[in-house]
Design a protein. Structure first.
Length: 166
């Protein structure tokens, strides 16, 4: 009888550790997946900017708009009064909206957190706005993703030349 109780106790401890490990690993997988999707969208906006440089006079550039409160991000085209000045945005046209997994959140971290990432042709030059969206400047920045339990995080960096790394 004692041996059976010991075996059941050991099984309970092993099961509890596997359940805990399983949920944290699910969040880590979700974090890696969302990081890849977000990076892919940034590169897609850059590609759209390059490919449509001479095609449309109405759209000056493409980019991404981050909504920290709603935990989502949008692929956006930008219409500007002056295509050389990203502070003259007259319209943002949302092309697609993406929601983050329930296991991952957009977080504010240390560094140049961005609300908007805008690519303007022909290079494409990278412009970013701060979290308030008040000023758009020619610079790179970062996007921070965290797991809900706080056990993992990823930083996606966009350089002022458009190089994306994570």
């Amino acid at each position: 009888m004692i041996e059976i109780l010991v075996v059941l106790g050991v099984m309970a401890v092993v099961s509890a550790s596997m359940i805990t490990y399983g949920s944290s690993s699910r969040q880590q997988i979700a974090l890696a997946t969302e990081t890849a999707k977000l990076t892919q969208l940034i590169l897609r906006a850059k590609s759209l900017t390059i490919s449509t440089y001479s095609a449309s006079a109405n759209v000056c550039g493409y980019g991404m708009e981050l909504d920290y409160a709603a935990n989502r991000y949008n692929l956006v085209s930008y219409v500007l009064n002056n295509c050389d000045n990203p502070n003259t945005i007259t319209a943002r046209n949302v092309i697609e909206t993406f929601r983050l997994s329930n296991s991952v959140v957009l977080a504010v971290g240390v560094g140049n957190n961005m609300r908007d990432i805008i690519f303007l042709p022909p290079d494409p030059l990278v412009y970013a706005s701060d979290l308030n969206g008040d000023s758009v400047t020619a610079r790179g920045g970062t996007v921070l993703l965290n797991t809900v339990n706080g056990m993992g995080s990823k930083v996606i960096s966009v350089s002022s030349l458009g190089q994306v790394s994570f």
